[in-house]
Design a binder for this molecule. Structure first.
Ligand SMILES: Nc1ncnc2c1ncn2[C@@H]1O[C@H](COP(=O)(O)OP(=O)(O)OP(=O)(O)O)[C@@H](O)[C@H]1O
Ligand SMILES: [Mg+2]
Length: 278
């Protein structure tokens, strides 16, 4: 099961205090955001810090109401959070009084339809997937930041929702764990056909995971361009894919769009990119 997500002319305005006179003024965080994500599609969202990526995700999750425009899941307007949509937040959100396993089981309890034993098995399987079998009985304060994030990921996946909304879920992880989880996420997505919206700062991650990469621009936040990623995954094999020429081309395309938004890139950024493309 999966769902289509449609955003039409979505705007979000916040009231913020000015830095000079401290008077409240309008701050346009998003303006005219159009995005049509088909059922079962994997879309990644990139853009400079503060451009409104998390705001877009909050709106799809139903955690906030837009100031303008409409959002719908399978044609039904989004009016609040729903069990069809699951979120992995930018900051990990675990219940401190529950163990890792019990935090994962929480989502399964909410979903219903599983016996206690099935819940325990499913929670165990997903904790195993994120490499936390040995830590299942620990409490959040006994886990590292990256481990807590992995529990939150296991919780969202275990629940097998129709829509998975992920806000930089792999940001705090080491490179090896990150790559392994990217591959696992793709495998799970292929198996379940879930619609995924995935925010990242990492261009490689955006290209590797997304069937389309939506590049946002800042002030006000808009979708600058959407790049369809058509990688020949079979030919390259997933491990070598990142080293392929076609991958480098997509990476450069996204990089160029992001680069236009920072008036002056640093010398290191330029050197790194020149090195990558060469
Ligand atoms: N509740 C709020 N009240 C006022 N301003 C807000 C609120 N939430 C977000 N903003 C502002 O809206 C803009 C977009 O914020 P958002 O968190 O969506 O950015 P982001 O793209 O996710 O950034 P990052 O990559 O750093 O996570 C920022 O300028 C932020 O300060
Ligand atoms: Mg954010």
């Amino acid at each position: 099961m999966s769902s289509r997500i449609q955003l039409e002319r979505v705007g979000q305005t916040f009231w913020v205090r000015g830095d000079d006179d401290k008077r409240l003024r309008e701050f346009v965080a998003l303006e005219g955001v159009d995005l049509d994500i088909r059922a079962g599609e994997f879309v990644t969202l990139v853009g400079p810090s503060g451009c409104g990526k998390s705001t877009v995700l909050d709106l799809i999750a139903g955690l906030a109401e837009p100031s303008a425009g409409t959002l719908a899941v399978d044609g039904t307007p989004i009016t609040g959070p729903g069990l069809d949509r699951s979120v992995v937040f930018q900051q990990y959100t675990l219940l401190p009084w529950r163990t890792a396993r019990a935090n994962v089981e929480l989502a399964l309890e909410a979903k219903g339809g599983l016996t206690r034993r099935e819940r325990a098995e499913r929670a165990g399987a997903y904790l195993d997937l994120v490499g936390l079998t040995e830590f299942a009985n620990r409490y959040p304060h006994e886990l590292s930041g990256g481990m807590k994030q992995r529990v939150a990921i296991a919780r969202s996946l275990s629940y097998e929702p129709e829509v998975l909304l992920m806000d930089e879920p792999f940001g705090a992880l080491d490179a090896q764990t990150r790559e392994r989880l990217q591959e696992e996420l793709l495998a799970i997505w292929r198996r379940l056909g879930t619609t995924v919206v995935f925010i990242t700062h990492d261009i490689d991650e955006a290209v590797f995971l997304g069937q389309r990469v939506a590049v946002m621009s800042a002030r006000p936040g808009r979708i600058r361009e959407i790049i369809r990623v058509d990688l020949d995954r079979e030919a390259a094999g997933e491990t070598d894919l990142r080293a392929s020429r076609q991958f480098a081309d997509y990476r450069h395309q996204v990089w160029s769009l992001l680069r236009e938004q920072h008036a002056r890139p640093t010398l290191t950024e330029v050197a790194r990119e020149v090195h990558r493309v060469a």
